[in-house]
Design a protein around this ligand. Sequence first.
Ligand SMILES: *[C@@H]1O[C@H](CO)[C@@H](O)[C@H](O)[C@H]1NC(C)=O
Ligand SMILES: *[C@@H]1O[C@H](CO)[C@@H](O)[C@H](O)[C@H]1NC(C)=O
Ligand SMILES: *[C@@H]1O[C@H](CO)[C@@H](O)[C@H](O)[C@H]1NC(C)=O
Length: 394
Amino acid sequence: MARAILLVTLALTSTSLVVGVKKPGEVLRHSIARHGYPVELHKVTTSDGYILSLVRIPGRSADKKPVLILHGLLSSSIDWTVQGPDRSLAFIAADEGHDVWLGNVRGNTFSKEHEKLSSKEREYWRFSFHEIGLYDLPAMVDYIRGNTSTDAIHYVAHSQGGAAFLVMASMRPAYNARFASVHLMAPAAYIHHATSPAVEFAARIDELELFAKLTRSYEIGGRGAGSSADLVYTGHKTGLVPTSLVLTNIWYLVGVHDSINRTVLGEILANTPAGCSVYQLLHYGQNYRAKAFQQYDHGAAGNIQRYASRVPPEYPLHNVTAPVVLYYSEGDNFVPPADVEELADQLPNVVHKHQIGARKWNHIDFLYHVAAHRLYRTIVASWRDQTVEEQNVE
Ligand SMILES: *[C@@H]1O[C@H](CO)[C@@H](O)[C@H](O)[C@H]1NC(C)=O
Ligand SMILES: *[C@@H]1O[C@H](CO)[C@@H](O)[C@H](O)[C@H]1NC(C)=O
Ligand SMILES: *[C@@H]1O[C@H](CO)[C@@H](O)[C@H](O)[C@H]1NC(C)=O
């Protein structure tokens, strides 16, 4: 089936379809405004020069803490809005009065600017979730705290957004105190129990690296007129690519679970996948093979130079002192329960482990399940008793 969709994609390529191109900022604004919510766009520059887009739904209630919500690999802030009011995390948190900030990490459709580099250069793409955790996330947190004069914020993330948090909190431990609560859904730190063909693909490190070098393509799953992702979206929209074919391809990667609203599917394809660097995949592939949550492997010589050790150091998870809630599910073939259990054993301050009841709930159900709003409501409800006053008692 994966082959079938590729054929359709190739067929479409030759028809030189002209896709209406909207500016990234307009798309971000529209994702919120079309549902009747106020929206602000903010640009945040990291200490290494990447310029990131933060989307804000300003809060209505001064005594509610700001919330930062971060997407996973190949995703964007749009995925937190795509199910609409009463169903998406962004709107459920906003309805409760919170100041809601949605992050977009370096390299995705909405965060491709840099002070000096162009996203057409290889140098731009030299990052993995390590840099996202070390630079992107701290820049977002600093900006939000500066703009809102709050001390501690709430954090919710899916998959890679969880890995980025753990990188930051372990390597820059001063940041732990800036979080009132941390909710990690299927955090992609340990992934060696993964069975998804996508992870096996990322684990073919040598071929993947060679492919990137030969084709000079360091961006994976990016958008733009003529990209395969845009062609699938347009093909689906026009009816050329049937919904069942799209779903079969998704299920091949994440496991069969008929949980996505068909109306919403078209909207998901409009912006997801949102692109990433091949080095993100390589770093995941390395960790899958190493059965560890460790820094990027530059080879023995490179590691000695960088880390003074032949093997990359593991992230010092004992430094993660912020209160963490972990969400996971049996049907997740990217981050299975065994990997989350291992993570929980390493973290010093896990306040709660929440296993999803539905047995087939898979990795992307945290975003797209028709009933994901129930999970979001649980998270938002847990903040109800924590007001801004409390955090002054430190
Ligand atoms: C927060 O953002 C708004 C809108 O961009 C800006 O006008 C304001 O100066 C910012 N405030 C702080 C404290 O950074
Ligand atoms: C599917 O999404 C549409 C559009 O957002 C909505 O009107 C409908 O109620 C949803 N259906 C279910 C079963 O959630
Ligand atoms: C974080 O972990 C490293 C490695 O174990 C350790 O050397 C360092 O002291 C820790 N930092 C803090 C602030 O606890």
